[in-house]
Design a binder for this molecule. Structure first.
Ligand SMILES: [Zn+2]
Length: 414
């Protein structure tokens, strides 16, 4: 069983929209009041309130505030839990020696929504066939029309009502058993700078995924124009400014959707073709560390194409399809510094985009790295030579044996 999130757009009527906004502001007030209580308890008594004690206090608030009494109790607890998690994250980071920001009071515009713990308690999903469109019954709001579709149908577990850019959404966590077919190729994937991803297979093929360029020059100019339209209207109350802000948000949303579609489609296609995927643990933070002009250019394309989101999607789809997933330990294997043919290591600068080795190997830097990772996943060595030496009868015998030992091998080599 797997848990998946399905997001539906909600289409409340005018009265329902008003009620949703009221609920949002009640949850926001509970959140902020609970935060205030925590601060007060700490300053006045030096004690810290925990989730359980705040839930008790909540029962009392509800007894005294009629508007709160009408709100689903579990959903209010979820709001308290969110504050609790914010504090837990804060203390964890303090303990780790970091200097995180203290949990903050949230203005209504920044308050994203609220959640429900159990299906049937405060919310009931009435989706159409194949979990497509339909309605959701929300306690205190009524039957709200919704549009959207689950990729994999399953049992609704928890839900969140989200308020984003003046629109309402319902994000449902669904328990399902997805069946996704895998293929039989073994591939190595390197995260691209010039190309989005370099995909090499065990038959010598190289089938790169080009950069999608969600933010090409024309798109950047569009965003800039919309941004300028906003900043030229300093009066925050003016209708024109509101319109300009809306147009800018809509453009951002369009780009985000296109990016999401691209990432889903590309990862699904790759998984459908493969039986094994070897890649390295991506460290976007390291990749985007401040550097020279060249690196700044790289940073932009890395951030544009969101490889970490892609890796997450690819991994979860690979799990669904049950294919072999191998994350190569980068520091040990050094894919970009090692020759895929002879295994010799030589340090390259980031600007060196071609791999040339004294053994005669010559290909792009990214292709070489992808091949090193694939070799490593299949044979446990960067060049794939050890397997040839023991006379296995073919470089890809490990894969042909349909063994599940490959990921285990990866673990052993840590
Ligand atoms: Zn070589």
């Amino acid at each position: 069983m797997a848990l998946r999130k399905v997001t539906f757009r909600l289409y409340p009527n005018a009265a329902q929209a008003e009620r949703l906004t009221e609920l949002l502001s009640l949850h926001q007030r509970v959140y902020n009041t609970a935060l205030e209580e925590r601060i007060r308890a700490y300053q006045a008594e030096g004690t810290s309130l925990n989730f359980a004690s705040q839930c008790k206090a909540l029962t009392q608030w509800r007894a005294h505030v009629p508007a709160l009494a009408e709100v689903n109790a579990q959903s209010l607890q979820v709001t308290l839990k969110r504050l609790d998690l914010a504090f837990a994250a804060f203390f964890r980071r303090v303990k780790a020696g970091e200097t995180p920001g203290f949990p903050r009071f949230k203005p209504l515009q920044r308050f994203s929504g609220w959640g429900y713990k159990t299906h049937g308690d405060g919310w009931k999903l009435l989706a159409g066939d194949g979990m497509k469109h339909g309605h959701v019954r929300l306690s205190g709001v009524g039957m709200v029309r919704m549009r959207g579709q689950a990729r994999t149908v399953g049992e609704a577990k928890t839900a969140e009502v989200l308020h984003k850019a003046e629109k309402w959404y319902l994000s449902v966590t669904v328990e399902c058993s997805p069946d996704r077919a895998s293929g039989n190729k073994a591939v190595g994937v390197d995260w691209g700078l010039e190309t989005f991803a370099t995909v090499v297979d065990s038959d010598g093929g190289n089938d790169p995924v080009p950069n999608p360029r969600f933010l090409d020059a024309a798109q950047r100019q569009r965003l800039k124009t919309l941004q300028q339209a906003v900043s030229r209207k300093p009066n925050k109350r003016s209708n024109n400014r509101r319109k300009a802000v809306k147009a800018l948000a809509a453009e951002h949303r369009r780009i985000a959707n296109r990016r999401k579609d691209f990432l889903h489609q590309t990862s699904a296609k790759l998984v459908s073709q493969c039986g094994l995927i070897a890649t390295e643990q991506l460290n976007v933070k390291g990749m985007t560390a401040s550097g020279g002009e060249y690196k700044k250019g790289l940073n932009r394309s890395i951030l544009d194409t969101a490889p970490s989101t892609f890796l997450t999607l690819l991994k979860s789809k690979a799990e669904e399809a049950g294919l072999q997933w191998c994350e190569v330990p980068t520091r040990q294997v050094k894919p970009s510094q090692t020759c895929h043919r002879c295994g010799v290591q030589r340090k390259k600068t980031l600007a060196e985009r071609i791999h040339r080795c004294s053994c005669g190997a010559e290909c792009s830097r990214d292709e070489n790295a992808a091949r090193v990772m694939l070799n490593w996943a299949l044979t446990g060595s960067a060049s794939g030579q050890e397997l040839a030496e023991v006379g296995s009868g073919g470089r890809f015998a490990v894969l042909n044996h349909e063994t599940h030992a490959v990921p285990a091998l990866a673990g052993q080599r840590e």
